[in-house]
Design a protein around this ligand. Structure first.
Ligand SMILES: Cc1cc2nc3c(=O)[nH]c(=O)nc-3n(C[C@H](O)[C@H](O)[C@H](O)COP(=O)(O)O)c2cc1C
Length: 434
């Protein structure tokens, strides 16, 4: 029997309808915030047996490109973007099996508010909620939360560790059987089964208890994406699933092996965390058609270059308008996304070349071809890396979504590589099934 792979989708509650595409209705490009498009999207994923939809997030309008918000807003890069915690229950109610993971930052949320919101979504979804634990990386976002700039990189992870500790205390502040509904005594909740947590730590002070019963999964599924040594250690300590942008089979294998080693050192079973590699498959009816689409993507317009450099500028706080796009990169460093900048610099000799690949969320190995060929390639890479699955970053229109969910996943199912139905009610149980 071949080993099965897990599938997630890197989703955003944003203009993902790629409004200029000929495959997108004008009305939908305008009104995506009513949630209908995202409901259809997540239902398609569920039809294909995806483990989860991961709703990414940030909380700012970026202005790192030439000191103006123009590129961000013109190309709807960071904004507009709806709140993941608000759309998550809507998506949960429109589906029955798929997990819904919401991104939320430990640098900005108070632990009580977030623990309550995620517990509520876990109840609403019947145990299918997840939390993508991020520490955030932009000063512009920090300035929306009483701060002038972000806390220092490793301090953010120290805070995140304590944040998770507090959230777990809050979720456990209700015993699983606290709701007794005893008609004889007229008791709804037995107060002996609910306790304050009285947490006083270095960063947070929370009395508790939570005002929501223990979530169905006990705690939500934890997703994480740290790439630095400190980030990896945090992920290895907590995550049920890690999403990674490792480039190339070597890098992917090194990343997964490193995480597994760290988990063993921490006393965790390495199979209790699924590492998913982000990828943007390029599909076509024929090899030639897929290649043609890929070639077109590699030569973006000036708008595509602006978008990629604007995006990179927001993550690294480097103003790329000050750098010649057609000359070799100068020496660059950042206090923001260090690993992301390093990867970007490796994509090409000049900003324009690198932007061309970044513009399509360039991933290596690149899967280009018919659904059958891409499914076979993904299976080969999966076997070489050792597991655990892929995080799809694609779509933009119903056509793009269907190519993945019905075309590519159809072919993966034929190979016995992905699930054809769900066997468990909870996200964590589906994730740990294989
Ligand atoms: C696939 C993937 C998805 C991510 N999604 C988000 C996100 O939605 N919001 C966010 O603030 N950061 C996101 N990040 C950034 C990570 O949380 C993290 O800050 C980054 O990988 C740098 O890791 P480091 O802090 O350990 O260096 C994502 C990273 C990756 C690789």
């Amino acid at each position: 029997m071949v080993k099965k792979m897990h599938l997630g989708w890197f989703m955003n509650f944003s203009r993902s309808t790629a409004w200029t595409s000929p495959w997108v209705l004008e009305s939908e490009a305008r009104e995506w915030m009513n949630g209908d498009y995202h409901i259809d999207w997540v239902r398609s994923m569920e039809r294909a047996g995806f483990d989860y939809a991961m709703l990414e997030d940030s909380s700012m309008v970026a202005d790192g490109y030439g000191g103006s918000m123009e590129v961000d807003l013109k190309h709807s890069l960071y904004a507009p973007k709806g709140d993941p915690l608000s759309i998550a229950p809507v998506l949960a109610k429109a589906t029955e099996h798929i997990g819904i993971i919401s991104t939320a930052s430990t640098s900005f949320y108070p632990p009580f508010l977030l623990a309550r919101a995620i517990a509520t979504i876990d109840h609403i979804s019947g145990g299918r909620a997840g939390w993508n634990i991020v520490t955030s990386s932009e000063d512009r976002a920090a300035q929306n939360f009483n701060l002038d700039k972000l806390y220092e990189h490793d301090t953010r992870y120290e805070m995140a560790d304590e944040f998770v500790e507090v959230a777990e205390k809050l979720w456990s502040s209700w015993d699983a059987d606290a709701v007794v509904m005893d008609r004889a005594t007229g008791t709804y909740v037995d107060h002996n089964k609910v306790r304050p947590i009285d947490h006083v730590g270095e960063y947070f002070k929370v009395r508790g208890p939570l005002n929501v019963p223990r979530p169905p999964q006990g705690r939500p599924v934890y997703c994480q994406a740290g790439g630095s040594p400190r980030g990896r250690q945090f992920a290895a300590a907590h995550a049920d699933t890690i999403i990674s942008a490792a480039q190339g089979i070597e890098d992917m294998r090194e990343f997964r092996d490193d995480i597994r080693r760290r988990m063993i050192d921490l006393g965790r079973d390495p199979d209790s965390c699924k590492v998913m590699f982000i990828t943007t498959p390029v599909l076509g009816n024929t090899e030639a058609e897929a290649k043609e689409r890929w070639e077109a993507m590699l030569h973006p317009t000036q708008a595509g270059v602006d978008v990629a450099l604007g995006h990179m500028g927001a993550l690294t706080e480097i103003d790329f308008t000050q750098i010649d796009a057609d000359k070799p990169f100068p020496e660059l460093t950042t206090n923001g996304h260090r690993t992301t900048l390093e990867k970007f610099l490796k994509l090409g000799k000049t900003p324009r070349e690198a932007a061309g690949k970044w513009a399509i969320r360039y991933t290596d190995p690149t899967f280009v071809g018919t659904p059958e060929k891409v499914a076979a390639e993904m299976s080969r890479v999966f076997d070489e890396v050792g597991g655990d699955g892929f995080l799809i970053a694609a779509g933009g229109s119903r056509r793009g979504i269907t190519e993945i969910t019905d075309g590519l996943v159809g072919a993966l199912q034929q190979l016995g590589r992905t699930r054809t139905s769900y066997n468990h009610a909870h996200l964590r149980d589906n994730l740990m099934e294989f």
